[in-house]
Design a binder for this molecule. Structure first.
Ligand code: NAP
Length: 544
């Protein structure tokens, strides 16, 4: 046996697994299934005590889907679709978690998932062609492939107020909510943050809290969810329609059931426009955001029309005109940040036991043992809820010491912003595949997950069949995709506003400036690009 063959046989023996997957959310679960099907020895490391990812961690009151339940579930198994009934058009978090646990049981996934296992580091060893993965408990595991399934919004961030640890009451970040129910009855509760999470939390907590104070730094444009129960008759229809519905999701801009209206805002009369806005405002889900006139997010005058319409709705729903004005965004137009969906959210501000505080005018200065202090006043609370968001897109990557060829840290590689091929591969990081990595298509997340998982699985099958053990994106392919992502974001009003979608989070050092953080093209275009790479025999990758 030659020396190099001996070395590679030794390296092969040293492998604990063919593939290590980080995270047991929807992407990690489905990827595990596909890896198993191709005969790979796979291991999933999951920091939590159960499966579900986003739906495991985000147990805050009021957490629920805001894309239609049936369009959100896995589509890969007909049997699964036959077995599961969603109870509401927009299912609450406990139901989604039950669903994902059922999926884990059905496919016997848990035997390959190690829970309470947070990955601290993953280092590429070029000579051995493997990834060495170290858990926080110090254990080391060696694998040919590393698949990150760590989510887009999974690294929660707390504000950096003075005295954060001094508070003597209960305090939670919404994404680290306890597993036991919290009773708000008679309690003085604070909610900091009014993004999609804060809005869902506020409208739920307001139902029972003794007194609720909301600290709002930037108001968002919220729209009604219009949730309701699914009747038996509807369930039968939904089931019969599954193939057509999932096909529709493949064809829409971002895999939702809704897609932009082909008309421009000013191609119709003022009356028609108003009637269309009314129709959208009365429609369920994200329709008003992703099913609006095609120029809503690109034409300033068009954007102002819908913003004015929603502002009128807020003024109608909130009784105190001063509070209504506080709730109307002035620094960004409708839809240029994520539109939180709500159920009687604005009506919460008509309750006598609810106070809205403008945290821009009177910033929070410190958390105190009994509550918090702003520049203007001192407040006392029993419970403080931080609905303060996430270090989005790259944050979960930054929290792991990932090193590629020559020990290069991924954080350093991405110091000027993420550079990826299709959001799935990174040059200098061979055999690392990212599910929902930065610059991938997002939208209706499970639809994107299923596509990414299948694409990675097809690449691995191709490598298996050809006796290949190393895959790396070429510099040209990474540059081409990164440039495309930048170009396609040009002219979008969304990119002129601070939000997680533009990479801004002032609670994280170095994330104060807007960047093109997301792929903002269509999902069909994204898939066409990925399909072309596969159809051309993966020549955009160096395979060996
Ligand atoms: P977010 O949109 O980033 O909102 C965070 C909120 O906290 C903002 O109001 C922010 O104010 C405020 N905040 C942060 N730091 C603060 C500080 N130091 N002082 C005062 N206020 C502070 O986060 P999120 O609401 O968790 O939502 C993130 C994303 O998760 C959503 O956009 C959505 O994509 C997803 N999500 C989905 C669902 C669903 O599908 N059902 C539900 C919830 C969330 P500023 O705006 O001024 O920064």
């Amino acid at each position: 046996m030659s020396a190099s063959l001996e070395a590679s046989a030794e390296a092969e023996q040293a492998l604990d697994y063919d593939a290590i997957v980080i995270g047991a959310g929807m992407s990690g679960m489905f990827q595990l299934l596909r890896l198993r099907e191709m005969g790979m020895k796979a291991r999933v490391f999951e920091a939590g005590t159960g499966v579900g990812g986003t739906w495991y961690w985000n147990r805050y009151p009021g957490a629920r889907f805001d894309s239609e339940s049936y369009s959100y579930g896995f589509s890969f198994s007909k049997e699964l679709l036959e077995e599961w009934n969603w109870s509401e058009h927009f299912a609450p978090q406990p139901e989604t978690l039950r669903y994902l646990n059922m999926v884990a049981d059905k496919f016997d996934l848990r035997r390959d998932i190690q829970f309470r296992a947070r990955v601290a580091a993953a280092h590429w060893d070029e000579a051995a062609r493997h990834w060495a993965v170290t858990l926080e408990d110090g254990s080391r595991h060696v694998s040919r492939y590393l698949i990150t399934a760590i989510g887009v919004l999974s690294a929660p961030t707390l504000p950096r107020f003075e005295g954060m640890d001094s508070f003597r009451g209960l305090a939670f970040h919404t994404a680290r909510w306890p597993h036991e129910p919290i009773d708000f009855a008679g309690k003085r509760v604070a909610v900091i943050g009014t993004g999609a999470t804060g809005v869902q939390t506020i409208q739920e907590v307001a139902k029972t809290a003794g007194h609720l104070t909301i600290f709002q730094r930037t108001p968002n444009w919220c729209a009604p969810l219009h949730n309701r129960k699914i009747t038996d008759e509807e369930q039968a229809k939904i089931r019969a329609d599954y193939p057509a519905m999932f096909q529709r999701c493949q064809e829409t801009f971002s895999c939702f059931l809704h897609t932009p209206d082909p008309r421009g805002t000013f191609e119709v009369t003022k009356e028609e426009r108003e009637a269309f806005y009314e129709e959208l405002y009365a429609s369920p889900g994200l329709c008003i955001w992703v099913g609006n006139f095609k120029d809503t997010l690109t034409d300033r005058a068009a954007n102002k029309e819908i913003s004015d319409f929603v502002a009128r709705k807020i003024r109608q729903r909130v009784k105190d005109p001063r509070v209504a004005e506080m709730l109307i965004p002035t620094n960004h137009g409708f839809g240029t940040r994520r539109v939180p969906l709500e159920t009687r959210y604005y009506e919460v501000y008509n309750q006598p036991n609810v106070l809205l505080v403008d945290s821009k005018a009177t910033p929070i200065q410190a958390i105190t043992p009994t509550g918090l202090r702003t520049t203007e006043a001192e407040y006392e609370f029993d419970i403080i809820i931080y609905a303060t968001g996430f270090d989005a897109l790259t944050g979960a990557f930054d929290r792991i010491d990932i090193r590629g060829e020559g020990g290069l840290p991924l954080k350093q590689k991405w110091a000027q912003g993420a550079q990826t091929m299709l959001g799935m591969l990174v040059e200098d990081f061979p055999n690392m595949f990212m599910l929902l990595g930065p610059h991938t298509a997002l939208g209706n997340i499970p639809r994107s997950i299923e596509y990414n998982v299948e694409w990675v699985a097809a690449l691995l099958r191709h490598m298996q069949a050809s006796g290949l053990t190393r895959a790396e994106a070429s510099a040209q392919a990474v540059a081409a995709w990164t440039e495309h992502v930048k170009q396609i974001g040009a002219g979008l009003l969304t990119n002129e506003v601070d939000s997680w979608m533009t990479g801004v989070n002032r609670n994280v050092e170095g994330k104060e400036t807007r960047i093109i953080a997301r792929y903002s093209g269509s999902a069909p275009d994204y898939r066409a690009w990925c399909d072309r790479v596969a159809a051309e025999g993966y020549r955009d990758l160096a395979l060996s």
